[in-house]
Write a protein of this length. Structure first.
Lengths: 265, 209
């Protein structure tokens, strides 16, 4: 009985300090492009226990125009798909891309941005002794440097020759969505990995009339709202202060019991 | 002579229970849908049976704006499938799981009835509206209706974008806690005094008996 006293307060205080750390993280990342705020909720489960749940909120951040030809933002649900150095697929909302030395579209960290496969690539026949070899090329997003890149809301990349006015299509940026994005595993620098909680990536429709659009020349801000984070901060501080007072009182009670017992022996 | 310990210890035990109820209320001031325990309902009898009355008043609704945060106004519960049976809950914070189904925070599936046979994946819809009867609309298509267990005849409303906070008033609980603490201190001192009185008596007069 004596040990139960304040047990729940102690656990909730620890959980509360973690929640406070999340709020501070959110506030310090308000300017980080594509940052998704961390939310904490305390709920009573069916058998009466209190548990803390933490997840990322994937609501849309504001889009701001940069006018840079390789800046992209997603308006709506979905993620860009990239190839991480380990060969794994990574997913991100941060579309601050550029061209690598080979002219391939890459992220700020140098990871290749993957295209949506629209048709099976035609295998090339290579003559060699002893038979035919088929070489299947892996699709890449390569844009020749002398052409001006134009990307529409469907993520279709066109290279415009300024002199001749001729437009060639070079590919389509892949955008995928998950049933439960909060279940994705967050990594450094705004990348996410698929998990069994997030569900498998699904190709979604992008375009000017679709629910999701790719916007060239824009970046997505964080979805942190300063006002509500500060309100949460103040509230959390109040509760933690109250809980610390309770813990101090319990400490005093134990001290008194100790004293009483020692005096009577 | 009457043994003074018994009464004081009994009193102390129920004071501890009151203190514990108050500290649990304080610990849960931020817990969604938490109903405060009423310390005044604790008498020695109820302590034996481990019964504590809970204050069932509606907690304040907090606006979150999240599409699957649902607060219930009125006396009703959501129905969830725990995997080993149905259960009810007032905790209205829901999310989509890996299969695109609406689940509670602890992963239990929300029961939705009158589902349309069109294949709508809620995860891919931008515009999901849930009206006061609990009917879910994705864009203009009707998806289904959230099943509710209604306890009485009063009107029940589902409010999308809100969660029900606890019904704990932090200042009141802290004030009650301070009083409970002083009361425990007094009892402990009394216990201590009785113990030292007995010891003095035994030391002074017990030896020659």
């Amino acid at each position: 009985m004596y040990t139960k006293l304040g047990n729940q307060v102690l656990r909730t205080t620890q959980a509360g300090s973690e929640a406070l750390a999340n709020i501070v993280d959110n506030i310090s990342n308000i300017k980080t492009l594509g940052y998704k705020k961390q939310e904490t909720s305390f709920v009573e489960t069916l058998n009466g226990e209190i548990s803390k749940h933490q997840n990322s909120d994937f609501s849309q951040g504001l889009l701001s125009r940069t006018g840079q030809e390789f800046d992209f933002a997603i308006d709506g649900k979905g993620f860009f798909e990239v190839e991480l150095p380990s060969g794994q697929r990574g997913y991100t909302r941060v579309g601050a891309f550029s061209l690598s030395a080979d002219g391939e579209l890459v992220t700020a960290e140098g990871h290749k941005v993957l295209p949506r496969i629209e048709q099976t690539s035609i295998p090339k026949l290579i003559n060699s002794q002893g038979g035919l070899n088929l070489q299947v090329s892996k699709p890449k997003l390569i844009i020749p440097a002398h052409l001006t890149p134009e990307v529409d809301e469907g993520g279709n990349i066109y290279g415009l020759n300024e002199q001749t006015g001729e437009k060639t299509k070079f590919g389509k940026i892949s955008v995928v969505a998950f049933n439960n994005p909060s279940g994705l595993k967050p990594m450094d620098r705004g990348y996410y990995l698929e998990t069994k909680d997030s569900g498998a990536p699904q190709e979604i429709e992008t375009g000017i009339n679709a629910k999701t659009q790719v916007k060239q020349g824009f970046v997505e801000q964080s979805n942190v709202d300063m006002a509500s984070e500060f309100m949460n901060l103040a509230q959390m501080k109040n509760v933690l202060t109250a809980q610390l007072k309770v813990l101090k009182a319990i400490d005093k009670i134990y001290e008194n019991i100790h004293f009483t017992i020692s005096r009577s022996t | 002579m009457e043994n003074g310990y018994g009464k004081t210890v009994n009193g102390l035990l129920s004071k501890f229970k009151i203190f514990q109820a108050l500290s649990e209320n304080i610990a849960n001031v931020n817990t969604v849908g938490y109903k405060r325990k009423i310390p005044e309902s604790l008498t020695f009898q109820s302590t034996l049976k481990n019964l504590i009355l809970r204050d069932d008043t509606q907690g304040a609704l907090k606006k979150t704006g999240k599409v699957f945060d649902l607060a219930l106004e009125g006396n009703a519960f959501f129905k969830v499938d725990t995997g080993s049976g149905l259960a009810t809950t007032r905790n209205g914070r829901f999310n989509l799981n890996a299969e695109g189904e609406l689940v509670s925070i602890d992963g239990h599936k929300l029961i939705i009835v009158e589902k349309t046979d069109k294949s709508i994946n809620l995860a891919l819809e931008n515009d999901i509206e849930i009206n006061e009867e609990g009917v879910i609309f994705a864009g203009n298509e009707r998806f289904g209706r959230i099943a509710l267990e209604i306890q009485d005849n009063n009107p029940v409303k589902v409010r999308q974008g809100y969660v029900e906070g606890s019904n704990v008033n932090l200042i009141n609980e802290m004030a009650a806690l301070t009083m409970a603490f002083r009361s425990i201190e007094a009892s402990e001192k009394l216990l201590g005094m009785e113990a030292s009185v007995d010891r003095d008596l035994i030391e002074k007069y017990g030896r020659n008996v």
